[in-house]
Design a binder for this molecule. Structure first.
Ligand code: BES
Ligand code: MN
Ligand code: ZN
Length: 503
């Protein structure tokens, strides 16, 4: 898909279709939409008057122009209410309008820049959001379908038409960043969508190596033996049931080598399939557990963008990759394992495996000099019960870092909601036979999981993101397609960029 900025007049440009826009409640369109309306002798305002166009967000109205103006068709895309208009609206509207025209088989489409006029957004963020919206919105996972395009044709080119020469440079810069953000979110989506017989820990390490090579990151992959020597008993306990070798994947961006303490570590859960282990999950829906490496996938995607953008901060991306299988050597409920930080863990439920692999990865990150930690994990079903798929949850031990993460999510359109971490919750994971146990029962399941992880963050500023409700979408919605969402890849990139700026 090509996206280009062109300086032209929207009423004259010769294209199969032009996308214009409208806020809800506007009767006389202004700006570029107004110019098109006038050139069409008031066709758009007439449709508004007739109640045919309401301009609700995501509403698309197609008008044929029969040679009256340059574009053969005009699509009026509803922006919804002006007071709710954000960059996220731009992503969603770009996705839905481009999908609409792709379904009609159009290969080339022109569009105005949504929101750079009365919407009040700067040209750079409009360009970025439009690139993200169209690329992510038109994405679908087709690696195993013959024939490829199953959605009625390919949209090959999107022209972003702007008359004001003062905006062209910023629009182009925004597009460039948006293309990268979409590309790396798609890396994460693809990894989630690939089946677990393909997306093994070994395959994840291969993809990370490719990313490292392309973007000049350093990479290390720790094998089982090395992890044994380091004493990663919690991680390796999970790996015992699988024939797939576990991998601890470590990508590094050295953006501020003179200041080693200016750093952040992103630690992703990389369970390439979660059967539950001996505490086996029920069969219904188990196939979705091929995406239990979504946190790790988002880390690899984000590291690609960080390697490209080179912010002045040192970033470590770590993925604790293994399967959770019920093999003959699998760990059992009641087993006690010793984590790398010395704490013993009673494994009550082998299906609470994510926190076990993260515990050792987080401790290892601290040992190797990481001074701020963000972990990302499809950690608990309880998170889905609490928040559904509208937002991810965040918990942690450092309000500043949590707030920075929430803000980074806001500009990415990836919502994050904080849950409490009262001391009371820690009582639920006390064990009679070990320092701690890996489950706290039904109540506050997401928080007790976070309380478990807190034992391994210790005094390092840390935020934990539970993406169990957001890593996957069962419907096409906004710029999400069915399957992996890529959440929170773009949030992590934003966070690294913002921390580098804040210094
Ligand atoms: N990967 C699952 C959590 C999950 C569930 C992610 C649904 C996405 C969608 C995790 O490893 C798990 O199994 N958690 C258990 C923990 C319990 C045994 C304490 C859960 O949530 O049931
Ligand atoms: Mn599990
Ligand atoms: Zn899991």
């Amino acid at each position: 898909m090509e996206i280009k900025v062109v300086q032209d007049d929207v009423t004259r440009i010769k294209v199969p279709a032009l996308i214009v826009n409208l806020f809800e409640g506007v009767e006389q369109p202004g700006g570029a939409t107004g110019a098109v309306d006038r050139a069409l002798d008031g066709a758009i305002s007439q449709l508004i008057e007739d109640g045919e166009i309401k301009a609700k967000k995501g509403e698309n109205t197609l008008i044929h122009t029969f040679g009256k103006i340059g574009p053969s068709r005009v699509l009026v895309a509803g922006l919804g209410k002006q007071e709710n208009f954000t960059q996220e609206t731009v992503r969603e509207v770009t996705a839905s309008s481009c999908r609409y025209l792709r379904r009609r088989g159009l290969e080339q489409v022109a569009t105005i820049a949504h929101g750079a006029g009365i919407g009040g957004l700067d040209a750079g963020s409009v360009g970025q959001s439009m690139a993200e919206g169209v690329i992510l919105g038109l994405y679908s996972f087709k690696n195993y379908l013959k024939g490829g395009e199953d959605d009625g044709g390919a949209l090959k080119e999107l022209l972003l038409v702007e008359q004001d020469s003062g905006k062209l440079g910023d629009l182009e810069k925004g597009l460039e960043l948006g293309r990268l953000m979409a590309e790396v979110a798609i890396i994460a989506r693809d990894m989630v969508n690939e089946p677990a017989n393909v997306m093994t820990p070994t395959r994840m390490a291969e993809i990370a190596s490719l990313v490292a090579e392309e973007e000049g990151l350093t990479i290390r992959v720790l094998e089982r033996q090395h992890m044994e020597e380091l004493g990663m008993g919690a991680f390796l306990g999970v790996a015992k049931g699988s024939d797939q070798p576990p991998k601890l994947i470590i990508l590094e961006h050295h953006g501020d080598p003179g200041n080693p303490s200016n750093n952040i570590g992103f630690i992703g859960k990389g369970i390439t399939f979660d059967t539950g282990g001996i505490s086996l999950k029920p069969a219904g829906g188990m196939e979705d557990m091929k995406g239990d490496m979504a946190g790790g996938a988002s880390v690899i995607g984000a590291m690609k963008a960080i390697g490209r953008l080179k912010p002045r901060i040192n970033v470590t991306g770590m993925v604790a990759a293994t399967e959770n299988m019920p093999g003959g050597s699998a760990q059992r409920p009641g087993d006690i394992v010793r984590s790398m930080n010395g704490k013993t863990i009673e494994v009550i439920n082998t299906d609470a495996e994510g926190r076990l692999v993260l515990a050792d990865a987080m401790h290892y990150a601290r040992e190797t000099g990481v001074t701020r930690l963000v972990d990302i994990a499809t950690l608990t079903g309880a998170m889905v019960v609490a928040l559904g798929n509208a937002c991810s949850g965040v918990m942690g031990n450092n309000q500043e870092l949590i707030d920075q993460l929430i803000r980074a999510g806001q500009s990415a359109g990836e919502r994050i909601w904080q849950m409490p971490m009262y001391d009371d919750y820690k009582d639920l994971i006390k064990s009679n036979v070990a320092d701690i146990k890996n489950t706290g029962g039904r109540p506050a399941g997401s928080i007790t999981a976070a309380k478990f992880l807190a034992e391994f963050a210790e005094d390092t500023p840390w935020a934990h993101m539970d993406i169990a409700g957001t890593y996957f979408s069962s419907a096409e919605k906004g710029y999400l397609s069915k399957g992996g969402t890529g959440v929170p890849t773009r949030t992590l990139v934003n966070l690294a960029l913002e921390l580098a700026e804040d210094r």
